[in-house]
Design a protein around this ligand. Structure first.
Ligand code: GDP
Length: 553
């Protein structure tokens, strides 16, 4: 795909200067990053594992499946993932495939962690929407799709579990088109489903890839290929009804489906569509081949001043999209995960931190592979590095080399739906409690709200889901040895007041805020808590000067 053709602006800072930190073009063009979004149980873990298999990261492929075991010795927080079989912390899996270097950003699947997912999506340039062929679109797919659309993230779609009874592929296409306004463009088209799943037609080559039952194959599937017009095809499919249907479908799709237009894919209007079965490893490599060719190399990012920084800009730039403490309890370390936007990271380089205007020495960065880490000497656009976080780096912060100040816009937080007071019942724990809470807030594990101008008043935590609270309590206990008590509140919606405190005071004086809780966020901005959506909607409508917004930018 054409280099950075999406959203190229006049005011582009690119490779005018050639500093020591410029990334060589070859390192940019071979990189592809991808985040998988899906409803739990659609097969994301299985798909990830198979992708790694093709990348020759076979040993590590087991790590996906067995990560829970490896982490058993780590903190309780991670043990929670194990108990519940969910993935809480998003990580990055790196592997090479043919001439490509792939960065797979893992996104937590549990709905309570969509906030973490949202941040991982800020770091990716494209996503794979994985669907269960029998279920079609599911709630979590919908929620995540909205996020992708907000950010105009290009989406590939993989309909999984074709080896089981499935919805008609036309119905699935309709769902995607009707609900998402996204035009699916079939690349791989299924022949039958369940017990009668016979394989897929690759519409770009008019080749049929025949499916063989899992037990007949080794780890890497040896697909049998035959041209669509080959006279042996009917025999090989061995089901005249499905053969007829395939020939009909092939013709119909050619007439009906507009051509693939990568420009439209890049702005999230069209989505290349694949069918397959991750568990039996069918269609995965075909997907990977197409993805490498069709997917985009790392894209630049716009700064807060609307200047596009392209990957070949002569300086290192990047932003923090996640921070985490105590990954390894033996070291009590804190990591900030940085997505590199442009230039080259070099061990020991000095970078500027946009928020504090201070300089930091990036003595040691780490490449992340799940929970494993290895030290890296250099890294390039599209890569994610974990850097030691002295406590100064927060989500959304920009790091850059060179003299031109650069700041990427922050990553907005998800609008919380759960609210609860938290306290340490034992007064002697107060210091550790505060330390732990401060750290968890810095990581963005939850948001903190307080009464206006009441720094020492009761602490109200806000989260997207209940599980986030449980993680906070579990981590306080395991990492800071503090017992905590939570007291839930009956509010279910938060709105930031862009009109500011004056607007809040006016509404309050006019008696408009009855039954609504007024609080402030970490940056002392006014936030209103509502008991139901209806109340928030009517207030937004009637008191426009409040300028209610669902999230804080
Ligand atoms: P995740 O929750 O999205 O990570 O889903 P998993 O990868 O853990 O898969 C959920 C379940 O679906 C597991 O039991 C998998 O073995 C199964 N599964 C995944 N892919 C397929 C597939 O292609 N076909 C069938 N039949 N089962 C699958």
């Amino acid at each position: 795909f054409a280099r950075q053709s999406a959203g190229l602006k006049q005011s582009t800072l690119s490779s005018e200067s050639s500093s020591t930190y410029q990334a060589p073009l070859s390192e940019i063009t071979k990189r592809r990053n991808l985040a998988i979004i899906s409803h739990p149980d659609s097969g994301k873990t299985t798909m990830t594992e198979k992708l790694l298999l093709y990348g020759g990261a076979l040993q590590q492929a087991g790590a996906v499946r067995h990560k829970a075991e490896q982490r058993a010795t780590q903190s309780d927080f991670l043990a929670m993932e194990q108990e519940r079989g969910i993935s809480i912390s998003s990580t990055v899996l790196n592997f090479d495939y043919q001439d490509y270097t792939i960065r797979l950003l893992d996104t937590p699947g549990h709905q309570d962690f969509s906030e973490d997912t949202y941040r991982a999506l800020a770091a990716t340039d494209q996503a794979l929407m994985l669907m269960d062929a029998a279920k079609g679109l599911e709630p979590q797919t919908r929620k995540l799709f909205e996020v992708c659309q907000l950010r105009s993230i290009p989406l590939f779609t993989f309909v999984n579990k074709m080896d089981r009874p499935a919805l008609s592929p036309y119905d699935i296409m309709d769902q995607i088109e009707q609900e998402f306004g996204l035009e699916p463009h079939p690349i791989l088209w299924p022949i039958g489903d369940g017990d009668r799943f016979k394989g897929v037609l690759d519409r770009t080559t008019n080749t049929v890839h025949l499916y063989q039952k899992a037990e007949k194959r080794g780890a890497k599937a040896e697909a049998t290929e035959v041209a669509l017009d080959d006279e042996r095809l009917a025999d090989w499919i061995g089901d005249s009804e499905l053969y007829e249907k395939l020939m009909e479908d092939a013709e119909l799709l050619n007439e009906m489906i507009p051509p693939l237009d990568m420009e439209r894919v890049m702005i999230g209007k069209q989505s290349p569509l694949f069918f397959g079965s991750a568990m039996t490893n069918f269609g995965v490599q075909l997907f990977l081949d197409h993805f490498c060719r069709m997917g985009t190399e790392p894209l630049g990012r716009e700064t807060s001043k609307d200047i596009l920084i392209t990957p070949d800009y002569g300086e290192f730039t990047g932003f923090v999209f996640k921070t985490q403490a105590n990954l390894d309890p033996k070291h009590r370390d804190r990591l900030a995960y940085v997505r590199i936007v442009s230039g080259k990271y070099e061990k020991g380089m000095k970078v500027n931190h946009s928020r504090s205007k201070r300089q930091y020495n990036l003595a040691q960065a780490q490449a992340l592979f799940g929970s494993d880490r290895t030290s890296v000497d250099e890294a390039f656009p599209g890569d994610v590095i974990g850097i030691n976080n002295p406590g100064s780096f927060a989500i959304g912060d920009t790091l850059y080399s060179g003299n031109s100040p650069i700041a990427f816009p922050g990553i907005p937080s998800f609008s919380p739906e759960k609210f609860a007071y938290i306290r340490a019942p034992n007064p002697s724990d107060y210091k550790s409690f505060k330390k732990g809470i401060d750290q968890l807030l810095a990581e963005g594990a939850v948001q903190a709200l307080r009464q206006r101008n009441d720094e020492n008043g009761p602490l109200l935590l806000a989260a997207v889901g209940q599980l986030q609270f449980e993680v906070v309590q579990a981590r306080l206990l395991s990492e800071y040895k503090v017992d905590s008590k939570m007291e839930p509140l009956g509010y279910s919606l938060a709105r930031w007041v862009d009109g500011g405190w004056e607007a809040v005071e006016k509404a309050d004086k006019d008696g408009k805020l009855f039954g609504i809780m007024i609080v402030q966020d970490q940056w002392k901005r006014p936030v209103l808590l509502f008991r139901n959506d209806w109340k928030a909607a009517s207030l937004a409508e009637e008191e426009k000067y409040l300028q209610l917004k669902p999230w804080s930018a």
